[in-house]
Design a binder for this molecule. Structure first.
Ligand code: ADP
Ligand code: MG
Length: 255
């Protein structure tokens, strides 16, 4: 099995309102890999995830993003999604007036349509999604509720992972998916993510805590600081971070 390059970010600079948020950032991810991104609040982690997914608010002023061999720097977010990029938001939005069932089915069918595959009617979709709900230990009554409306923090995060499991994406960006989860939910979600992981896809996990990475083992851990990846290592840096904080990274960079 040859792991092929899925994501190659070269010399990326990103601005918002003329302020540089990411600068000279390089990141390469192969299929079959799990990358963790850590770093202090405001270091640019969510911006990086949103820029990979194609968020229109951020302006790429230098560099490029290559996904699966194609330059996607200018690509629309919908097209990136169809091509296999999935972003689970740090703060999932509520969509009043749209039922979760309709939302999930529309997202699923949009991708099917893009690939000229059969779309599912509402009843067949319910059959299909029922198992996904059970896998993630979520009550099916959440299908009838409006998207994320009144969901607890943990329920919103589960709903994001549910979307991930529906879309079968090549690259999943999970932005602080562990925040707001109780211990049981963390285990359930981690199990689901581990089941979705295979040699053809890759995952980027943004997190502040070792506990998620105890369940989902990263191949690489990157530390972001002021819009750049300043250090890359393996799981051992997570343990060092837990013990010594970001001071540890600072001192090892300055060596
Ligand atoms: P992290 O996820 O690492 O906490 P973010 O990517 O959310 O960091 O933010 C990085 C920096 O970019 C922060 O200083 C933040 O205030 C700034 N930033 C992000 N989005 C915007 C925006 N829409 N307008 C102005 N500044 C922003
Ligand atoms: Mg963030």
């Amino acid at each position: 099995m040859i792991n092929k390059n899925l994501l190659d970010i070269k010399n990326l600079q990103v601005k918002i309102n003329e302020k540089i948020i990411l600068n000279n950032l390089n990141l390469s991810v192969n299929s079959g890999e799990i990358h963790a991104i850590m770093g202090k609040n405001g270091s640019g982690k969510s911006t990086l995830a949103k820029v990979i997914a194609g968020h229109p608010k951020y302006k790429i002023t230098q560099g490029q993003i290559i996904f699966n061999g194609h330059n996607i720097t200018e690509m629309e977010p919908e097209e990136r999604s169809h091509n296999g990029i999935f972003l689970a938001f740090q703060y999932p939005i509520e969509i009043p007036g749209v039922s979760n069932a309709d939302f999930l089915r529309t997202a699923y069918n949009a991708k099917k349509k893009f690939y000229n595959e059969n779309e599912l009617d509402p009843l067949s979709f319910l059959d299909f999604i029922d198992k996904k709900f059970k896998d993630i230990d979520m009550d099916v009554t959440f299908l009838n509720r409006n998207v994320n409306e009144g969901f607890s923090g943990g329920e919103k995060k589960k709903n994001e992972i549910l979307q991930m499991s529906l879309l079968n994406s090549k690259l999943s960006l999970l932005d602080e998916t562990d925040s707001g989860l109780d211990i049981d939910a963390l285990k359930t979600i981690s199990n689901t993510i581990n089941k979705l992981k295979n040699n053809d896809n890759a995952i980027i996990l943004i997190t502040h805590y070792q506990r998620l990475l105890d369940y989902i083992k990263p191949n690489y851990v990157h530390i972001m600081q002021e819009g750049n990846i300043v250090h890359t290592g393996d799981f051992s840096i997570v343990e060092q971070l837990e013990q010594y904080g970001y001071q540890y990274i600072q001192s090892s960079i300055n060596l």
